[in-house]
Design a protein around this ligand. Structure first.
Ligand code: ZN
Length: 193
């Protein structure tokens, strides 16, 4: 999907989009391949404050240069586009999980870090402290559902192509505060509706 196609798909799904800087060409493509795409990965940022969160996800930090995802989903339900192309969000994960995502099957436990996820997954970072207490407002959850559904609809994928970072890479806990099963059931309903 082109950057323009990505933007159109999000808007068609009713997502409130904010375009940040030169997001269409901000990526890590010089560091490795991007694509073919197989799924969507959901994260939490462990930050608070929308402006700071968007900035951090765009720029990254010393040990992990940005972009850290494609879209940042803030608590007000907006999706801020910060990059398009390879982004530093998924890291190394489990090849068996990738095979299950491609086959649209139930996920095996993630117990290996042997596969480059930044190549195969769209990534959304969601503003949340990730402490299990910080709330996930309705507007934000709705934006996560719609953003993920937009990509699934474009590619002809089911909700099973949407996974959490915690389902990909051993040791990761994000996103925390809702279950991926509940999110996938909402995405399924969105895709039907
Ligand atoms: Zn993550």
């Amino acid at each position: 999907m082109s950057a323009s196609g990505f933007l159109s798909a999000l808007k068609a799904e009713g997502v409130k989009v904010v375009e940040v800087g030169s997001w269409r060409t901000h990526n890590r493509n010089h560091k490795g391949p991007w694509g073919p795409m197989h799924g969507v990965m959901i994260h939490h940022t462990v930050t608070s404050g929308s402006a700071r969160t968007v900035e951090m996800c765009r720029e990254g930090y010393d040990e992990l240069p940005g972009p850290l995802c494609h879209g940042v989903i803030t608590k007000d339900g907006k999706v801020h586009l910060v990059g398009y192309g390879r982004a530093n969000h998924a890291g190394l994960g489990d090849d068996e999980v990738l095979r299950a995502v491609i086959a649209e099957k139930g996920l095996p436990p993630d117990n290996e870090s042997n596969t480059d996820g930044n190549r195969y997954f769209y990534g959304f970072e969601c503003e949340n402290l990730g402490d299990g207490k910080d709330p996930w407002p309705d507007a934000q959850m709705e934006a996560i559902v719609r953003a993920a559904a937009a990509i699934c609809r474009h590619h002809g994928w089911t909700e099973r192509s949407v996974i959490g970072h915690l389902e990909w890479q051993p040791g990761k806990i994000d996103p925390r505060g809702f279950t991926m099963a509940s999110l996938r059931s909402r995405i399924k309903a969105q895709l039907k509706g």
